[in-house]
Ligand binder design. Structure first.
Ligand SMILES: [Zn+2]
Length: 469
């Protein structure tokens, strides 16, 4: 949420004092421009050389689709200064049967009763204090920590909580690895109690709520996310919101994987997980991508119950991007993809064509960066590899799919997990009424969206009525 235009800086006033002519003539600006470079446009030959044909899958185990998507919105609960705000998060996995989606696809428009037919719509809602609000007399940081803690430990179904899933993920509970531990560099109560204890270690069997042995302040499992470090009592908690949203979306998705794994691992093969946006976590919460990569790699190498010498990959998952540099690049190379498709289709039916994106390609043609750098693109943030896929019906996808063996700076098509099955279902889900959007993601967007004015008004009055003043 854009705060800077309200508090602190005043963009219009600043802009008026610096004219465009002055900027261009400035020697500092000219020196800067002289040292800058932008990624170059990929030439047709380079793209053609790296394109691969994606065949039709031999058998299709996928029967269900789980789409995960979320949104958040800050609601001002007191207008007059000092203003106060709460941020609402809505997110969750939408679970559909592929057969129901196929039936929907044949209808000219989606009516509300059709939505009700869809298998299961599970929504999580969280209201977190983000500006000038105190719960039970706590600081903003303390109020925020308590709210996130209480949210993660509760679950509408009373079953597997998001905390259970966070613990499963952090401590790799799918394997026996009791040595895994997370150490908090600082006591999370330090800003209030001045505590300088640095020996807090969270393990797989640590309680979700314990006491710091030095200051006796609360220590929650969620403190490992270190989101509270971004909160300033005066500036508020706005810097945490996009990170918290991405953690919550990821946990909602892993919660379904976790549940299926505990129920009957082989069932996972019947599900395709679709996440809005890339399979990546950035900034403060980026280190969650390590256990996610390990989880994907573990599920990729599941021993086939029918023949223990064989591996049966269990995870069908894809992250889809709708905007940004990779989407612009996909649009730029569209013609080359079409030509390659025409040539391939002349030889027989295919699912489509794909362009696996290597570190080298990404830094040369898509985002600025050094292809020779020791840290390759996405190494610390992504838990999958990027790939552009164009289906035979000409719909294009910028996708992230986990790669076998963890991060791979130069993946081939076969390194991407279950890629033929995943792409075949994606191609089928495409629905012309949403243009380049997928039905589940479009539905998820519609159901989760808090962006319309009336809903915010309702949320604001709800918050005002329920908040203790
Ligand atoms: Zn302490």
């Amino acid at each position: 949420m854009s705060y800077s235009s309200v508090r602190g800086r005043k963009p219009m006033e600043r802009a008026s004092k610096i004219s465009h002519a002055n900027i261009i003539a400035s020697p500092q600006v000219q020196a800067l421009i002289a040292e800058c470079s932008v990624p170059r446009a990929a030439d047709t030959q380079t793209v053609q050389d790296q394109l691969v044909t994606v065949g039709l899958p031999e058998c299709m185990p996928i029967r269900h689709v789980v789409a995960v998507d979320g949104s958040f919105r800050e609601a001002v609960v007191r207008q007059e200064f000092p203003s106060a705000a709460i941020t609402f998060f809505a997110f969750g996995p939408l679970i559909f049967r592929l057969d129901d989606l196929r039936a929907l696809d044949e209808e000219p428009f989606i009516a509300p009763e059709d939505l009700a037919k869809l298998k299961k719509i599970e929504r999580f809602q969280l209201a977190a204090p983000t500006h000038n609000i105190s719960r039970r007399g706590l600081s903003l940081q303390g109020s925020f920590r308590l709210t996130v803690h209480e949210f993660l430990k509760g679950h509408p179904d009373g079953e597997r909580t998001l905390y259970d899933t966070l613990r499963w993920l952090l401590f790799r509970r799918w394997i026996d690895a009791p040595a895994k531990a997370r150490r908090l560099r600082r006591c999370p109560n330090a800003p209030i109690t001045g505590c300088d204890y640095d020996g807090l270690t969270l393990r797989h069997d640590s309680p979700i709520h314990q006491q710091c042995p030095h200051c006796e302040g609360p220590v929650y499992l969620a403190d490992v996310l270190r989101l509270h470090e971004l909160i300033d009592e005066e500036q508020g908690a706005s810097r945490t919101t996009s990170f918290l949203m991405s953690v919550l979306e990821t946990l909602a998705l892993v919660n379904v994987i976790h549940t299926l794994w505990e129920m009957k691992p082989i069932l996972l093969r019947e599900f395709l997980f679709i996440k809005d946006g890339p399979l990546a976590l950035f900034g403060q919460v980026a280190d969650l991508s390590d256990p996610l990569r390990e989880l994907a790699d573990f599920l990729a190498a599941f021993p086939d119950p029918a023949d223990q010498t064989k591996r049966l990959p269990l995870l069908n998952i894809v992250g889809l991007e709708k905007s940004g540099a990779f989407v612009e690049h996909a649009m730029h190379i569209e013609k080359t993809l079409d030509e390659a498709m025409d040539a391939a289709l002349a030889d027989g039916p295919i699912a489509g064509v794909a362009l696996p994106l290597s570190n080298d390609y990404i830094y040369k043609y898509i985002v600025p960066g050094d292809p020779g750098s020791t840290i390759t693109y996405g190494q610390n943030t992504y838990w999958g590899g990027k790939i552009i896929f164009k289906a035979a019906d000409r719909s294009t996808y910028v996708a992230t799919v986990p790669t076998r063996g963890g991060h791979n700076p130069a993946p081939s098509l076969w390194d991407y997990l279950c890629v033929e099955n995943v792409f075949a279902v994606l191609a089928e889900l495409r629905c012309s009424m949403y243009d380049n959007a997928l039905i589940p993601v479009a539905l998820a967007n519609r159901l989760v969206s808090l962006s319309e004015v009336p809903s915010t008004r309702i949320l604001e009055s709800f918050a005002r009525d329920t908040m203790r003043r």
